[in-house]
Design a protein around this ligand. Structure first.
Ligand code: ADP
Length: 163
C-alpha cells in the first residue's frame, strides 16, 4: 500500500492546495494531509477549523478519485510525521521559483535524516499557480473578492472571520 504525506499549514485550504491534492491522490493509495499546528506562525484559523475545512474538501475529492484522503495534525518533525503515518513519499506543491530555495533545503535536510523517504513535487494547473493562503487572507482582510481562489465553504469561513 503506497502512502503519501502532503504537509502544509492550510490556513486556509485554497484551490491551489485542492489541485495538488487531486494530483497527489492519483499517485498513492492513501493520502495523508499533514496539518502543521504552527502555533508560532499564529494562524488565522484554529487547527480544528483548518482540519474541518480540509476534511470537507477531501470527502468530495475522495469520492471522485477513490483514494482514501485523511487529515492528520502534526507538530513534530516532518520526517517523523512521515514515519508515524507510514508514508514512503512526501508530496509538495511547487510554485514557479518562489518555493524552490526553501524546498531545495528541506529535501537536503530531510534526506540527511532519512534517505528512504522520497519527496515528490507537483505543479498545479497554470491558473492555480499564483494562489497562496497568505495573499488570500490579505485580500479577504481588505475586503477583496477571493471567490476565485477558494471553495465556497472556505469563502464563507473567511467572510465570517473578517465580517
Ligand atoms: P501556503 O504556502 O499557501 O501558505 P502551505 O504552507 O499550506 O500554503 O502549503 C502547503 C504546500 O502546498 C506547499 O508545498 C506549497 O508549496 C503548496 N502550495 C500551496 N499553494 C500552491 C499552489 N497554488 N500551487 C502549487 N502548490 C501550492
Amino acid at each position: 500500500m503506497r502512502i503519501g504525506l502532503y504537509p502544509g499549514t492550510f490556513d486556509p485550504i485554497t484551490i491551489g492546495h485542492v489541485d495538488i491534492i487531486r494530483r497527489a491522490s492519483a499517485l498513492v493509495d492513501r493520502l495523508v494531509i499533514g496539518v502543521a499546528i504552527n502555533r508560532d506562525k499564529g494562524p488565522l484559523f484554529s487547527l480544528e477549523e483548518r482540519v474541518s475545512m480540509i476534511e470537507a474538501e477531501c470527502a468530495r475529492l475522495s469520492d471522485q478519485t477513490g483514494t482514501e484522503i485523511i487529515a492528520h495534525p502534526f507538530e513534530n518533525l516532518l520526517i517523523d510525521c512521515a514515519k508515524d503515518v507510514g508514508a514512503q513519499v512526501i508530496l509538495r506543491g511547487l510554485r514557479a521559483v518562489a518555493d524552490f530555495e526553501y524546498e531545495y533545503q528541506m529535501v537536503g535536510m530531510n534526506r540527511a535524516m532519512d534517505d528512504s523517504i522520497e519527496t515528490v513535487f507537483l505543479m498545479a494547473e497554470a491558473r492555480h499557480q499564483a494562489v497562496a493562503s497568505k495573499l488570500v487572507k490579505e485580500i479577504a482582510r481588505l475586503g477583496g473578492d477571493v471567490s476565485k481562489f477558494v471553495t465556497p465553504a472556505v469563502l464563507q469561513a473567511l467572510q465570517k472571520k473578517f465580517g
